[in-house]
Design a protein around this ligand. Structure first.
Ligand code: NAD
Length: 252
């Protein structure tokens, strides 16, 4: 089978594609030749992708199991699924009430369980007919890879993403359906800008985020997108069950 970085003839669904890493990934996958189904909770943000060749948009809240089931029934079988949605809870265990914990679990990990349950049957059909299909789950360097201050709910749920990824990879390794996790360092996105703006001293908060990156800069979204395309493409056909760090050396 030909191994290539192209996504030609592949249909790829991305969650949380309205802005940040998800939006950049939708553009990069379309540029690599995929038909991209870009989904997000926020239809206004998604509208920014409406004019991009190869991208179609659907509003999807990944905490809504019925909406996920309906969308899976309405779409063709997928070749690739990028579960990108996630949320940062800022705080230690002492700041974490049940509601905040439950929300982090629901958005960061249960959403991926729902998406995979709904879309794996179609991914397996494509894996059987085309010889390859791929799931990519968004984890983080803040996970089982490394502990960070004030990231209790985030680190625990992103570690669970890595566990889920390895379990799915193990179940389907012999059926040509791969599953990997992406573990970014600190990426300059609207969500990160929101965390900086919400800090008591935003100037110092930005300095602190940069200081924890040994390269002395934040990642930009297109530091992530080549790896996203690679992991969804047939160029990574011998990779499965991996937590792939793109962290600018943070975990050296
Ligand atoms: P972002 O805020 O820039 O974009 C998040 C998007 O998620 C928004 O478009 C928002 O509308 C959408 N969204 C929120 N709730 C949703 C829901 N219930 N259903 C569907 N969409 C929903 O975020 P980002 O910084 O690009 O982060 C994207 C992912 O990358 C997250 O999983 C995050 O944890 C992970 N990540 C980010 C960084 C970073 O430094 N930015 C680092 C590591 C991992």
């Amino acid at each position: 089978m030909e191994q290539t970085m192209t996504l030609k003839n592949k249909t790829i669904l991305i969650t949380a594609a309205g802005q940040g890493i998800g939006a950049a990934s939708a553009r990069a996958c379309a540029a690599a030749g995929a038909r991209v189904i870009a989904t997000d909770l926020n239809g206004v943000l998604l509208a920014g992708l409406n004019d991009v060749d190869g991208i179609e948009t659907h509003v999807l809240d990944v905490t809504d199991g019925a909406a996920i089931t309906d969308l899976a029934a309405a779409l063709p079988d997928l070749d690739g699924l990028f579960n990108c949605a996630g949320v940062v809870h800022h705080g230690s265990i002492l700041d974490l009430d049940d509601a905040a914990w439950d929300f982090s679990v629901d958005l960061n990990i249960t959403s991926m369980v729902r998406m995979c349950r709904a879309f794996v049957p179609g991914l397996l059909r494509r894996a059987e007919s085309e010889g390859s299909a791929s799931i990519l789950n968004m984890a983080s360097m803040a996970s089982s890879e490394k502990g960070f201050v004030n990231r209790t709910a985030y680190g625990a749920t992103k570690a669970a993403v890595i566990g889920l990824t390895k379990a799915i990879a193990a179940d389907f390794v012999a059926r040509n359906l791969r599953c990997n996790a992406l573990c970014p360092g600190t990426v300059d996105t609207p969500a990160l800008r929101g965390r900086i703006a919400a800090a008591p001293d935003p100037v110092q908060a930005e300095r602190d985020f940069i200081a924890r990156q040994p390269m002395g800069r934040l990642a930009v979204v297109d530091d992530m997108t080549p790896t996203v395309v690679h992991l969804l493409s047939d160029g990574s056909q011998f990779m499965t069950g991996q937590a792939v760090l793109v962290d600018g050396g943070c975990t050296i």
